[in-house]
Design a protein around this ligand. Structure first.
Ligand SMILES: [Zn+2]
Length: 89
């Protein structure tokens, strides 16, 4: 009756009628987090606005450090290495 389809998220083969249930169960984490994000951002901004100028500066420095760390991990060697190799040649 229903076709056999592939989950576009993980590639698992399943019955089309089961696909939505599979996505809801197997990939629940992604869906569960996203809808609340605007409220979380709003709450953080509200709290941030209540901080003193000095504390806001500490928060900004920490966020910046976190962002730089994430960037370093994401690009982990490869592009930077390639760039320096190109520079050498
Ligand atoms: Zn899946």
């Amino acid at each position: 009756m229903s076709a056999i389809v592939k989950c576009d998220v993980c590639g698992q083969i399943c019955n089309q009628s089961y696909l939505n249930a599979h996505k809801r169960l197997a990939h629940r984490k992604l869906e569960a987090v996203a809808p609340h994000e605007p409220e979380i951002v709003q709450a953080i901004m509200l709290l941030y606005g209540q901080l003193s100028e000095a504390s806001q500066e500490i928060i900004r420095a920490r966020l910046l450090a976190t962002g730089m760390e994430a960037q370093r991990v994401a690009s982990d060697g490869e592009p930077r290495e390639r760039r320096s190799r190109e520079r050498v040649q």
